[in-house]
Design a protein around this ligand. Structure first.
Ligand code: 5GP
Length: 202
């Protein structure tokens, strides 16, 4: 029987660089499956439907909620974001590690449903740096930036509910640390034991 994959949840405040870190991890290796989220937010320049997100209307998204098609969802700065459940289940069952890159409320909901996941909180070096990153990105109007900053302060307080904290000061360093976390999780005796026992029995 294939050993179930690991569910890796990368979370943290908006603007902390989750997207950049995740893109770098996927650039380096094909060993993880990335769960593409559904959202009702407008597509940004350069984004593609089915690659960056599944872009949905509010009605379509609410239908997914009602049909229980989502592992989790959250309303974030006026839009819905959610993780399609079937893809995650299918990949884990096939022994693939699945990577979610989601905001904090959603990550906490995943923790309730799949506590065996690995929950990694990416933090900014400080709040001033976070503000600069959101402004420099140039994709949000000033009222949205204010909302994102307020939210970020609330989210930082939830760090204690995670398994690991990684400071995103230098992207390459953050990537290296996340890869090291995943590798050591794979080596946990509780995970390895099943395989060894099976070999001894065979
Ligand atoms: P953005 O609008 O900048 O693409 O994303 C806003 C926030 O939503 C980011 O923190 C991003 O990680 C988060 N996000 C993206 N997909 C999901 C999802 O499926 N569920 C939840 N809860 N958050 C998500």
């Amino acid at each position: 029987m294939t050993q179930r994959g690991l569910l890796i949840v990368l979370s943290g405040p908006s603007g902390v660089g989750k997207g950049t870190v995740r893109a770098k991890i996927f650039e380096k290796s094909q060993k993880f499956s990335y769960s593409i989220s559904a959202t009702t937010r407008k597509k940004r320049v350069g984004e593609e439907d089915g690659k960056d997100y599944f872009f949905k209307t509010r009605e379509e998204f609410e239908e997914m909620i009602n049909n229980e098609d989502l592992l989790e969802y959250a309303e974030y700065v006026g839009n819905y974001y959610g993780t399609p459940l079937s893809y995650v289940e299918e990949q884990l069952a096939n022994g693939r590690d699945v990577f979610l890159e989601i905001e904090v409320q959603g990550a906490l909901k995943v923790r309730e449903k799949m506590p065996e996941g690995i929950f990694i909180f990416l933090t900014p070096p400080n709040l001033e740096e976070l503000y600069n990153r959101i402004v420099c990105r140039g994709t949000d109007a000033s009222d949205v930036i204010e909302k994102r900053m307020l939210k970020a302060k609330e989210e930082l307080e939830l760090i204690t509910l995670y398994d690991y904290a990684v400071v995103n000061d230098q992207v390459d360093e953050a990537v290296r640390k996340i890869e090291a976390i995943i590798e050591s999780e794979h080596l946990k005796v509780s995970r390895v034991l099943g395989t060894i026992k099976k070999e001894v029995e065979d």
